[in-house]
Structure formats: C-alpha cells, structure tokens
Design a protein around this ligand. Sequence first.
Ligand code: SF4
Length: 82
Amino acid sequence: VDLETCCGTPNLENGNRVKVLVDSERCQGHARCITFLPEVLETDDLGYSHVKGAGEVPPELEDRARRAVANCPEQAITTVDE
Ligand code: SF4
C-alpha cells in the first residue's frame, strides 16, 4: 500500500473505496464477470475483460464486484480496498 496515498485520502469518513483489477494474462474471455458488474467491466473486441476507467466500484455495487471475483474461473479479477 502506498502510505502517502492511503493516509492522504480525504474521504475516510465515507469508508474505503474499492477498485477492481483484471489480470489480462489470466483472463480467458468467457465474460462471466460482465454479467455481475457491467457498470465497471467491459469486454474488448476479442471478448477479454477489462475495467472501465480506473475500475472504481460505487459502494452500492461492492457486493456484485465480490461476486464477479468469486465467479471468475481464472482468478483473473481482484478487488483492492483503497
Ligand atoms: S470471468 Fe474472468 S476470465 Fe472470464 S472474462 Fe471475466 S475476467 Fe476474464
């Protein structure tokens, strides 16, 4: 964890922010994850998943983000709490 980023976060009262990461080397492109989290994940022309923008997950979508992680057969998706 980058301490400067961590400790400099101004919105701690709102709780941690969650980001989704997709490991492009693991992703096999079956797009299961998209069904759980289309707001944050999208596929490219070849069907491989990647995050939209910075991959930040709105608090109301965190449960679905964790389901996307749990349902990726390649363990290609991770979440990080910032
Ligand atoms: S479920 Fe996993 S392997 Fe399949 S497209 Fe999504 S990130 Fe890639």
